[in-house]
Design a protein around this ligand. Structure first.
Ligand SMILES: [Zn+2]
Length: 171
């Protein structure tokens, strides 16, 4: 699969960043650590390139959406990479689902860094809508592969499939 090898190529280009930091309540941190340890097993390259360096934080979407997660790169040396997790994904679904969410944001972060490196905007929201949808769709497909590999329950896989649905149509 071309996209998988593309991500592995990006992984090879990683520069120095900080160790993992949790800006989360203890119970949430425990769940995030468990999810990260799943990623260490099932997606070791993504874990090494992004997950183990990320600063994790909870964040409710502007519209109050508790399942919306996002990411941010704070420039500097060493740079800080943030993964901001919707509390719904941290608390109301399985650890597998949470691992899938962290994986999803990590792939966005690899692409952000690649764009910055190429002198293109790092901001996802500034990309043309078709490109945003394409990126989401490809990341969701890899996320679904990961969830299946981890033996995630069907209902949760189906839920992610429904979340992916709006990105299927490029227009
Ligand atoms: Zn996304």
């Amino acid at each position: 699969m071309r996209w998988i090898s593309f991500f592995f190529f990006l992984v090879g280009l990683q520069t120095t960043c900080l160790a993992q930091i949790y800006l989360t309540p203890a119970a949430d941190t425990e769940r995030i650590k468990q999810a990260c340890s799943l990623l260490q097993t099932y997606a070791p390259k993504i874990y090494e390139a992004v997950v183990q360096h990320a600063t994790m934080q909870l964040q409710v979407g502007r519209d109050g959406e508790i399942f919306a997660s996002t990411n941010w790169v704070e420039p500097g040396d060493p740079k800080i990479i943030w993964i901001m997790l919707g509390p719904g994904s941290v608390r109301e679904r399985s650890i597998n689902h949470l691992a899938g969410t962290i994986f999803h944001e990590s792939l966005h972060l690899l692409l952000v860094e690649e764009r910055i490196r190429n002198g293109v905007t790092g901001f996802f929201k500034e990309l043309p809508e078709t490109q945003q949808k394409e990126e989401e769709l490809r990341i969701y497909l890899l996320q679904l592969d990961l969830l299946a590999k981890m033996g995630t329950q069907k209902e949760e896989i189906e839920e992610i499939r429904r979340w992916m649905e709006p990105y299927k149509n490029p227009n």
